[in-house]
Design a protein around this ligand. Structure first.
Ligand code: MN
Length: 422
């Protein structure tokens, strides 16, 4: 049976009602107190299935070199290509089915192969090769444009023709839970010369990361059709942004250090295949894009996204936004087709940031810049605490899930605490 089949059940009772049912099987890198070496697993209910253990036990399809999951990152596995991704996912699904006794009835193996998620530490599951970030939500680009240029020229002249993006830094992508120091930088106060000091307008950007699993050669263009075989999976992404540093540095080459101090990747990489049932139509594109950006119907994904903020010293997190990946104007496939349109090579482990995901109203904005409208409209958190941008001690947590009929495909968390300047 196909691993996405709704009728599948796992022998792990906690799976069905959790964010990690047998239809999900997202990949992550983990270690435990008893075994500090980092290996690859999939989340299933309250557990992580240690793929290095079941592979060694000979219970996975023999399509990969032995020990391929006994690694701190998933790159080698991704490099096997999309047919291998599907075969392995099917093999893992079969191993976890309620009617398969191989693991279910082997108590000793179960003991070694199933680790409680709450007892595990999660690590960055990808050796990030390159990181490009887009600007593909029409609502976000419009909101930011209104604040910068006014409502008349909110969208730049190119925005409806090109999925706008920039090359960011792979070196500072970190695992969920990694604390983030407030950056220093060059800032231009409104009345006076530039200064070098702590960022005063520290922001988050709610995004999705597409993880490139299949490389492309320099000079080769990936079509929107081929793009689907290039994307291994999706994870949550927080593209932390220093708005005051950004505002001063971005002319004329775009963001540079304002977004290069830290980017947080979510805990779990949900296979693109697991999201197939959640494909939806994106917003109508008018004017029609150039032919190299044409795509099949239903290239967006219906994934609910939430962000909450817990101030330092408080036990209460306040919900900041609840939006959806489906609102993106440019799809991941179009972004990848555009990215390679001049012949730029893609590598295994590249991350394509969707761009900030905002929706049509204020309850669906994906950054503090928009939620507090450039600092002009402070938002009120539980207990009456106000925020325009992020303050030291704030803990920001993103969550995401695709909602099926009676089950959900969850992404876990993408979380980080703001620490003072280092
Ligand atoms: Mn961004």
């Amino acid at each position: 049976m196909h691993p996405n089949d709704r009728s599948l059940k796992s022998f792990i009772d906690s799976a069905e009602s959790s964010d990690f049912p047998i239809q999900n099987l997202p990949y992550g890198a983990f270690s435990t107190a008893g075994d500090s070496h980092v290996r690859i697993g999939v989340a299933i209910g309250d557990f992580i299935l240690d793929l290095s253990v079941v592979e060694e036990a000979g219970l996975l399809p023999k399509i990969a070199p032995s020990g391929i999951f006994d690694r701190p990152v998933i790159n080698e596995f991704m490099a096997l290509g999309s047919a291998a991704w599907s075969s392995m996912r099917l093999g893992i699904s079969e191993l976890l089915r309620h009617d398969n006794p191989k693991l279910r009835d082997d108590a000793a193996l179960r003991q070694r192969a199933l680790v409680l998620r709450k007892d595990a530490m999660l690590h960055l599951p990808v050796r990030v090769a390159g990181f490009s970030d887009f600007y593909s939500s029409r609502e976000h680009a419009t909101n930011a444009g209104i604040m910068i240029r006014g409502p008349e020229n909110a969208l730049g002249a190119n925005w409806l023709h090109i999925p706008i993006g920039y090359n960011s830094r792979a070196s500072t992508i970190v695992a969920s839970g990694t604390p983030i120091h407030r950056p220093m930088g060059q800032i231009k106060p409104p009345d006076g010369p530039p200064i070098f000091g702590p960022c005063r307008r520290l922001d988050f950007e709610l995004e999705m990361a597409a993880i490139v699993g299949a490389p492309s050669q320099m000079g080769h263009r990936i079509s929107t059709e081929q793009a689907q075989n290039s994307i291994f999976g999706f994870a949550l992404l927080n593209d932390w942004s220093a708005r005051d540093i950004q505002a001063w540095e971005y002319v004329p080459l775009g963001p540079f250090l304002a977004k290069a101090f830290a980017t947080t990747l979510g805990q779990w990489i949900v296979p693109a295949e697991a999201l197939e049932p959640f494909r939806v139509e994106g917003p109508k594109q008018d004017p029609q894009p150039l032919p190299y950006l044409h795509q099949s119907p239903k290239m967006n994904y219906d994934v609910d996204l939430e962000v909450d903020l817990r101030p330092g010293g408080s036990n209460n997190a306040s919900m900041l936004t609840h939006t959806n990946f489906k609102y993106m104007y440019w799809s991941t496939a179009q972004q990848l087709a555009h990215h390679t349109s001049t012949g730029c090579a893609m590598s295994v482990g590249d991350i394509i940031g969707s761009g900030t995901i905002s929706g049509p109203d204020k309850s669906k904005y994906g950054s503090m810049l928009e939620l507090a409208w450039g600092g002009k409209e402070p938002i009120t958190l539980e207990g009456g605490v106000k925020r325009t941008f992020l303050e030291d001690g704030d803990v920001l947590t993103m969550r995401g899930w695709a909602q099926g009929n009676g089950y959900r495909i969850g992404f876990g968390e993408c979380s980080g605490e703001i620490l003072p300047v280092n």
